[in-house]
Design a protein around this ligand. Sequence first.
Ligand SMILES: *[C@@H]1O[C@H](CO)[C@@H](O)[C@H](O)[C@H]1NC(C)=O
Length: 185
Amino acid sequence: MKFAILFSLLFASYAAAINIKFVNKCSFPVWAAVGKAANGQPDRSVAWGQKINANGGSGSFGVGDKQIGIRAWGRTGCQENGTGCKTGGCVGGLTCTDAGLNSGVIVSEYGFGDFGQFGGQRTAWDLSRVGLSINLDTSLASSDGKKVTCRKNNCPKDQAYDTWDDYAADRNSPLGQTYTHTFCA
Ligand SMILES: *[C@@H]1O[C@H](CO)[C@@H](O)[C@H](O)[C@H]1NC(C)=O
């Protein structure tokens, strides 16, 4: 019995993940995508895509707590199968093979960080529009109560990276949170 409990604790810890939840408040469908590109290199081991229905549809995807270089975004005006998008399109279709490096639109970003004496193991996260267009008004909220918002007509530097050194846009939270990425926020 004791062994079974220990085993399940170990397994729970191994399977720990952040949860990226997409909520679509737009009046049109959005094709959500998640990819991994640590140091700018697409890594197809983390890739997911799903059509999120208009007017309140949602979908979510779990990513291991220790992953780095995770990015998520929304695509608009696509064919049902995720190809031919008007904004945010990628190489690969519904599930992107390029981690969205060709998509050109605002992303949410997530990565494991060890802050040592300043908080230990955490998830660093943000919105970024560095070199990207804002195709959708976007907010990103963590389940521990933080939130950033970037809209086409109002995207302050402390809400989303605009240049690589906008560190005021950085957020971090304990491991295992749910992050709600909202389209048409
Ligand atoms: C996706 O759908 C479009 C339009 O129906 C079609 O032309 C295309 O071949 C499809 N692509 C894939 C990969 O299924």
